[in-house]
Write a protein that binds this ligand. Structure first.
Ligand SMILES: [Zn+2]
Length: 622
């Protein structure tokens, strides 16, 4: 199970969850696996060992009273305690494995009777259990005839909009497709809302009516009027606050005080920003302590201006607003220099305030943009024989944006942006020296045993965090036997915060970060159709590692190949080393859970990962 990035609001987390539900169990392999080593015999593991005893009926998932979001079917799993019992849920037979584990993929019960009734029988012995569930309220139906009905809960804007006067704010409501809908401003002027029928575009949801209104028109309460025949429904739209009426506002991002862990705050813990308020991938990163101008708010999201030409959205809880009257940060980039530091070189740019930045890799160049920054860089003190930096040039790429272009002498292995002693530092990392015969010798590999906190649990109670630690310990031994130094982010049952793990790996000097997990699915996805082995990455640079490890795991574990997948996960975002997350098997699947308890299968998982790492570094040398 993958965890969501820290700092996401609940609403955003729900969106991410929905996205995961749709995207996680991709069944299409990312690329055909045409290699010499694919042709080994399919691995064989011992059959599930039989368990015999008394009936002990348990449900591991879902918990009693859980809210289940599913279209027509969903899963339930647990154990009956003995492999020779029979199980029926809502009258449907559910197969029981020899160890007593079971997983049912079942049609949802009717809305007026939202329960699972479990009956386990074993000779004359019968056990019964009832699990209740809650279905989310359905969106109100909006019929074409009868009394006019409107989905009042769908009215937008919501209650927490604050914008610049010239912003367009979406006004929307769900209303019958054959109504007419207008927004009426405080001064009586009217604007029509449109749906896909009135626009003539077809498709979509014709009950969704929208228009865009300038924020200054929304500064006073208006109303939405829905009319059909002689029926009329009127709803007030809340006032939108104008942010520019009181002068510019500033906020500081990612300031963590007091530090919750020894690893924060630090330059590592960058804050992510997105191009749009709802969804969109992270594109910009801000160092903790960066001051930005705040130009809008929508629900839990805050909009920040990085410079004249760029505004981004941040999670509101990542931003602390500064008192009114706070002054704009002045960022003037001073004389830059390049400093060689063993495995990496640094471009050091002194300045008084940390800027928002973006790094882009372009072949044998790295481009660093500093937003809200004026360049005043006279001298680039460049050593003539730096092993990775060939040349640095800079330009003022906008009135408030300084751009540094680094020409590389050698391929880049990783980079990191840090704030150190009054300077922005771009670290550029060289690839490690790799011996062909022993590709992992001398390298540092971070092995991240997934969870706790959180994590999933299998039908007979195998907790993901227990299995991932056992697999990670095997992986540690295999890597050490191949000459690597292994840094374990977790070695005990105690929880390690998600955000600390990649930082620990960077500080340990890791050349790769491998997170070991076991998969589970959201409600409503058929696990019998979606299980298998998958690998996740965020940065393109990690794709070759993801592909090599995925290949190794599939070859050693013999489960279905779910391919490699892009996913926006906190542990995968660092750029200092290639980072991947392995979901080698599904702990919720009764047969895979049983395998995961066996040393042979744990070893197969670890071996697949180790061989993938070995292959990746061997090929890196070429
Ligand atoms: Zn997990």
């Amino acid at each position: 199970m993958r965890s969501f990035p820290a700092g996401l609001s609940r609403a955003v987390a729900a969106l991410v969850l929905a996205g995961c539900a749709a995207s996680a169990p991709r069944v299409t392999p990312a690329a055909p696996l045409v290699t010499e080593d694919s042709a080994v015999d399919a691995p064989r593991f011992a059959a599930v060992a039989a368990v015999r005893g008394a009936v002990n009926l348990r449900v591991v998932y879902p918990p009693d009273g859980a809210t289940i979001v599913a279209r027509d079917s969903t899963f339930i799993f647990g154990s009956v305690g003995t492999g020779d019992a029979r199980l029926a849920i809502n009258g449907i037979d559910v197969p029981v494995l020899p160890n007593g584990a079971w997983l049912g993929w079942l049609p949802l019960p009717p809305r007026d009777r939202p329960t699972w009734s479990l009956v386990a029988t074993h000779g004359a012995d019968t056990a019964r259990l009832v699990r209740r569930m809650v279905f989310p309220a359905a969106r109100p139906a909006l019929p074409d005839d009868g009394p006019l009905r409107v989905d009042t809960a769908s009215l937008r804007p919501g209650t927490r909009e604050a914008r610049l006067a010239g912003d367009l704010v979406r006004v929307s409501i769900r209303a019958p497709r054959n109504a007419s809908v207008e927004w009426i401003a405080a001064d009586g002027s009217r604007r029509s809302l449109h749906n896909t029928l009135s626009l003539g575009v077809g498709g979509g949801d014709p009950t969704q009516w929208t228009t865009d209104v300038e924020a200054h028109a929304l500064r006073l309460a208006g109303r939405v009027e829905v009319v059909r025949g002689s029926d009329r429904v009127t709803l007030s739209t809340p006032r939108v606050a104008l942010m520019d009426s009181a002068g510019p506002r500033y906020g500081v991002v990612g300031e963590v005080a007091p530090p919750p862990t020894p690893f924060a705050p630090d330059s590592d813990r960058v804050i992510s920003a997105r191009p749009v308020a709802s969804g969109g991938t992270y594109k910009w990163f801000l160092l903790p302590g960066t001051v930005v101008e705040l130009t809008g708010r929508s629900g839990d999201m805050v909009r920040a201006r990085l410079d004249r030409d760029l505004e981004v959205w941040l999670v509101g809880s990542d931003v602390r607003e500064l008192p009114i009257g706070a002054s704009a940060p002045v960022r003037v980039a001073g004389n830059a220099r390049v400093v060689a530091r063993g495995e990496w070189s640094e471009l050091v740019i002194p300045m008084a305030e940390r800027p928002a930045y973006a790094v882009e890799e372009r072949g044998d160049e790295v481009v660093l943009d500093l937003f809200g920054t004026v360049g005043n860089t006279d001298i680039l003190n460049l050593a003539s024989a730096d092993s990775i930096v060939r040349h640095v040039s800079w330009s003022q790429s906008g009135r408030e944006r300084a751009r540094y272009t680094v020409a590389l002498r050698a391929p880049l292995f990783g980079y990191a942006v840090r704030w150190e002693r009054g300077a922005l530092v771009l670290r550029l990392r060289r690839a490690p020296v790799v011996q062909v015969a022993r590709p992992l010798a001398g390298l540092i590999i971070a092995v991240d045993a997934g969870h706790p906190p959180a994590g999933s649990t299998g039908p007979t109670g195998l907790y993901e965090g227990v299995a991932t630690l056992a697999i990670s310990e095997r992986l540690q031994r295999l890597l050490e036997a191949r000459g690597a130094t292994v840094y374990m982010t977790r070695t005990t049952a105690e929880a390690v915060p998600l955000g600390d793990r990649p930082e620990m790996a960077r500080r340990a000097g890791a050349h790769a970060f491998v997170s070991i997990h076991l998969n589970a699915l959201p409600d409503g996805v058929n696990p019998y159709a979606a299980h298998g082995t998958g690998t996740y990455y965020f940065n393109d640079r990690a794709v070759p590692l993801a592909r090599a490890v995925q290949r190794g795991m599939v070859r050693r574990m013999g489960l279905r190949d779910l391919g490699i997948n892009y996913d926006n996960l906190a542990v995968l975002r660092p750029t200092w080393m290639p980072s991947i997350l392995c979901e080698g098997a599904f702990v919720m699947m009764p047969d895979q859970e049983a395998l995961l308890r066996t040393p042979a299968f744990q070893e197969a998982y670890a071996l697949g990962v180790a061989e993938g790492l070995e292959r990746y570094f061997r090929e890196l040398r070429r």
